[in-house]
Write a protein that binds this ligand. Structure first.
Ligand code: B12
Length: 220
């Protein structure tokens, strides 16, 4: 009986219906409804990229800073996660090769933006290694040497961590790593000046712009 009604629902309700439920739950800051709405959309086969891009991010735009904290909880509680098989299938169909390493710079514990960027990358089919927050410059360097790693994404929200950004960039933009990995900076403390001065290959004003840039790199 349950299966029949689920099948009926999935045929009669469009993705837009489930996405609107997510926007509403996020925008009114109802954590449990948000969790249920996301789970329902996943069960009904709405693509993860649409759940985040058209649902969570739109809802966040309407909910202000409290919404950000709720979304952080949802992401960190792994309510939103991307199926590994689906990620591999997408990677193949989109001709991606190589891995992306992402982390928040040493001294900085902001995780929300980095997590959103990481989950969007995965929902596009990218193979992402997430190093977490407060990541030592040396650790980025260590991962940059791994054979499949093509892109390093660094999240940076605290101005006080600027010396660490300069440190990691001088490790990644010298010697043999210089031509091996491309580096993209993201997060509220990034400026065009710092990206230019440190020789970063790119910086992103938001996760979607970042993903578009990385997509080109993984195809070349
Ligand atoms: C939420 C928050 C917190 C939470 C973090 C929760 C968490 N789990 O992340 C908590 C309460 C823990 C916190 C702590 C602190 N915070 Co705080 N925090 C914020 C706040 C309000 C929102 C940040 C956020 O999550 N934004 C939402 C996400 C989605 O946006 P985002 O990070 O910009 O990410 C987007 C893009 O930038 C991009 N992106 C991000 N990273 C990357 C990486 C790559 C590779 C790519 C491609 C894209 C990308 O993708 C995201 C989606 O588009 C900001 C204010 C603000 N408006 O930015 C202050 C802010 C960043 N915090 C600030 C400060 C000072 C602190 C504290 C030092 C406070 C204190 N005295 O203790 C501590 C930090 C301690 C530490 N060592 O890190 C300051 C930083 C000022 C500065 N320029 O240095 C800010 C700007 C507030 C302010 N106006 O003063 N904070």
């Amino acid at each position: 009986m349950k299966n029949i009604s689920l099948e009926y629902e999935s045929k009669t309700r469009s993705d837009e219906y489930y996405i609107n439920n997510i926007i509403e739950a996020v925008s009114v800051l109802d954590f449990f409804s948000m969790k249920d709405a996301i789970k329902e959309a996943i069960d009904m086969g709405v693509p993860m990229v649409d759940i985040i891009k058209k649902g969570v991010l739109v809802g966040l735009g309407e909910s202000g800073e409290m919404g950000l904290i709720l979304a952080a909880e949802a992401l960190e509680g792994e309510i939103i996660s991307v199926d590994e098989e689906e990620q591999k299938r997408l990677a193949k169909s989109r001709n991606y090769s190589g891995k992306v390493v992402i982390g928040t710079i040493k001294g900085d514990i902001h995780s929300l933006g980095k997590n959103i960027a990481s989950i969007i990358m995965k929902s596009y089919g990218m193979d992402v290694i997430d190093l977490g927050v407060n990541v030592e410059p040396k650790k980025f360097e260590e991962f940059a040497y791994l054979p499949d790693v093509k892109v390093i994404g660094i999240s940076f929200l605290l101005s006080a961590s600027e010396p660490r950004i300069r440190e990691v960039m001088s490790l990644l933009k010298n010697g043999e790593l210089k031509n091996k990995v491309k580096v993209i900076l993201g997060g509220a403390a990034v400026s065009p000046e710092i990206a230019e001065e440190t020789n970063a290959d790119a910086y992103a004003i938001d996760a979607l712009q970042g993903v578009d840039i990385i997509e080109e790199w993984l195809r070349s």
